[in-house]
Design a protein around this ligand. Structure first.
Ligand SMILES: Cc1ncc(COP(=O)(O)O)c(C=O)c1O
Length: 334
């Protein structure tokens, strides 16, 4: 299969390690859980978003933009990563944060402010009702000042951002060969769909032979089946030269494991915090309550239910998110 990547900046510390959670796997009686350590893609910029932003920000520079506008929750890892990378690249970053203006300057928000991002707060409803209008208003605002702004959608999950986890699959191919494993399942947390979408396409392009599962931390299965297929459709439309006759995105399996959102986005139950503590204690691996902790908990539950019984090895993509742990410190009861 012939495919070529669009322009890309080298921003992430990659390849990231693939590590076996040997004590944890033994304790639960298998399968062997391998963690792709994308929490190690950088320090302040850690996590999954930097992989996507290598492509999105390359496009911003290519298009002559001096400003990047993006959106997320108050504790958005994506917004924090974008803000830090913009500072690194000398770009202005404008964050549209969904939440209260009075949010505590902690975790990701602290870092957003530290690197000098411009921030405006909107309620969830406001953003849902007129998100596009809000983006356009700020694009026009900068245009009137002689600046050119690029809008990166929530989570950088779009046709460009998908390349980040397509490229990660090239790394996984090398990881699997080195470890001499043939995992049948790759699992990640899904929040805006781009990680799952990239992995789903990359799994086919690099012939990994696995099933990719997204465990949604907000919305529901129907929402993400639609969102991920839309992102893939957009990727296909924007990069038609990459599709040869043998590649049919309609035949890609998009798999969502629903049922672990709990009380809502960024709201984690005691079970999730207990899982975070257990993984930290047994393996020195830090998960977060918004994304990776929920997804890891869901994966463990599905192991118990037998979903992954057909394989000895499964892959958990650690998508980062450590800064989201600090504002929820009280629920750890330490
Ligand atoms: C730490 C972390 N893990 C997982 C995700 C989910 O990735 P995606 O938005 O690509 O679905 C996000 C962002 O939404 C995140 O910040």
């Amino acid at each position: 299969m012939i495919f070529s990547y669009p322009p890309r900046l080298k921003l992430a510390q990659t390849p990231t390690p693939l590590e076996l959670l040997s004590r944890f796997s033994a304790e639960i009686g298998g399968p062997r859980i391998w963690v792709k350590r994308d929490d190690m893609t950088g320090s302040g910029v850690s996590g999954n978003k930097i992989r996507k932003l290598e492509f999105s920000l390359a496009k911003a520079l290519q298009d002559g933009c001096d400003t990047v506008i993006t959106c997320g929750g108050v504790q958005s890892n994506h917004c924090r990563t974008t803000a830090l990378l913009c500072a690194q690249l000398g770009l202005r970053c404008h964050l549209i944060l969904r939440g209260s203006e009075n949010s505590e300057t902690d975790g990701n928000l602290l870092l957003d402010r530290l690197v000098g991002a411009e921030i405006n707060f909107y309620t969830n409803t406001e953003f849902q009702q007129r998100g596009d209008e809000i983006y356009q208003q700020w694009v026009d605002h900068y245009a009137a000042k002689g600046s050119k702004a690029m809008v990166i959608p929530v989570g950088a999950s779009d046709g460009i951002g998908l390349w980040g986890y397509i490229a990660a699959c090239e790394e996984l191919k090398t990881d699997f060969a080195r470890e001499n494993i043939e995992p049948k399942h790759i699992i990640c947390a899904t929040g805006s769909g781009g990680t799952q979408g990239g992995l789903t396409v990359g799994n086919t392009l690099y012939d990994l032979g696995a099933t990719v599962w997204g465990i949604n931390v907000c919305d529901d299965e129907a929402y993400f089946l639609n969102k991920v297929s839309e992102d893939i459709r957009q990727w296909q439309q924007w990069y038609p030269e990459n599709i040869d006759a043998g590649f049919n995105p309609k035949q890609l399996g998009i798999n969502v494991i629903d049922g672990y959102v709990g009380a809502g986005y960024a709201k984690a139950s005691e079970d999730i915090f207990n899982t975070i503590k257990k993984v930290a204690t047994l393996e020195g691996l830090i998960l977060d309550p918004v994304y990776t902790g929920k997804a890891f908990y869901g994966m463990l539950d599905q192991i118990k239910l037998g979903l992954f019984d057909d394989t000895e090895d499964i892959i958990f993509i650690h998508t980062g998110g450590i800064f989201g742990l600090f504002p929820q410190r009280e629920q750890l009861h330490l």
